[in-house]
Design a protein around this ligand. Structure first.
Ligand code: ADP
Ligand code: MG
Length: 319
């Protein structure tokens, strides 16, 4: 019989010392030392089996995604990731599953020097909660309330891919590996987020859909935006759809973990350089305006009606 202690020891406890960790896994709590002068940035997200991922999803992807969605929140604050805790609820002890999960989790953690410093292990329906701690100079943090009229609006990557992959899966179709990875192995824009700290203004990561998440920024900032729908980059997979179906994925699809952010006109050049340094595609998709609401336009300036269907667990029955 494998005990909770065995699981932690075999799969999650690592010997090497990590920066800023005075005491890691094994005591009642971890002792951490944030760098002097920066603020601690904390985020937590839960993935529930059957709700946030299907029972068929491989363990490596679940381990990756549970951390990735949290790192994406830190990226959207401009923060540097430092540490994480992991609360794992398991229906049974499946060692193959656990090693795949740990592999996915640590492969991503190691890329961004995130140390796992504690957690909790319980029995029950498969649920994964990760909390991350990072740091940022408080004056440089990318807050949702910092958008102002005249700022340029940007998005990273090709939004809509994750939603399209999910649609295909739910329709029983086979999904090509590259597209499936956009759903199961999202790439948190950590380096770009850090490069944007103190340079960009407002930022958010797209978890509920571009329109819904942009609206959160606009609500917090008390302004609106013009959105050029033709400027939103479209992946090869979405290009195979008809224009309306592709646009629906781009505007309302969730789970992308791309960044949407605003930049003062005189910083735009600098932002393009940062994106190039980070090898992240960015696109200018609009401009912040004083009057509330998102005003959709096509490239030629003609209006585009927008319908927001952002994901809300307590509003959508399917949530
Ligand atoms: P307690 O009962 O004091 O909360 P636990 O037995 O839950 O202690 O945990 C023992 C140690 O193992 C703690 O340091 C805790 O942070 C760590 N831990 C428990 N589960 C996990 C996990 N899934 N991943 C990483 N660390 C864990
Ligand atoms: Mg505990």
């Amino acid at each position: 019989m494998v005990s909770e202690f065995d699981i932690i020891h075999r799969f999650f406890q690592r010997e090497q010392a990590a920066p800023g960790v005075l005491l890691g896994i094994g005591d009642d709590a971890a002792l951490l030392a944030p760098e002097a002068g920066s603020s601690l940035v904390v985020a937590v997200d839960t993935l529930v089996a059957g709700r946030h991922f299907s029972e068929q999803t491989d363990a490596f992807s679940i381990g990756h995604k549970a951390l990735a969605v949290n790192l994406s929140d830190l990226a959207a604050m401009g923060a540097q990731p430092r540490w994480a805790t992991l609360a794992l609820t398991l229906p049974a002890v499946d060692e193959v599953w656990l090693s795949g999960f740990a592999e996915g989790f640590f492969a991503l953690a190691d890329r961004f020097n995130v140390a796992l410093v504690g957690g909790d292990t319980t029995r029950g329906p498969l649920t994964v909660t990760v909390q991350v701690q990072g740091q940022v100079d408080v004056a440089h943090a990318l807050r949702r309330d910092a958008a102002q009229p005249g700022q340029h609006l940007f998005v990273t990557g090709t939004p809509g891919d994750a939603a399209y992959a999910l649609q295909q899966l739910q329709a029983g179709k086979t999904v090509e590996a590259e597209l499936l990875a956009r759903l199961n192995r999202p790439e948190p824009r950590v380096e770009l987020g850090m490069a944007l700290a103190g340079v960009a203004n407002a930022a958010i990561d797209i978890s509920d859909g571009l329109l819904a998440d942009l609206q959160h920024v606009l609500d917090a900032s008390g302004c609106g935006a013009q959105l050029n729908v033709d400027a939103i980059p479209r992946s090869p997979a979405l290009q195979s759809l008809d224009a309306q179906a592709a646009l629906a994925c781009q505007l309302n699809g969730g789970d992308d973990y791309e960044l949407c952010f605003t930049v003062d006109a005189d910083r735009v050049e600098q932002v393009y350089r940062s994106a190039e340094d980070c090898a992240v595609q960015i696109a200018e998709i609009g401009i912040i305006e004083p009057q509330p609401g998102i005003r959709g336009v096509y490239e030629d300036g003609s209006p585009c009606a927008l319908k927001s269907e952002g994901f809300d667990h307590f509003r959508n029955d399917s949530g």
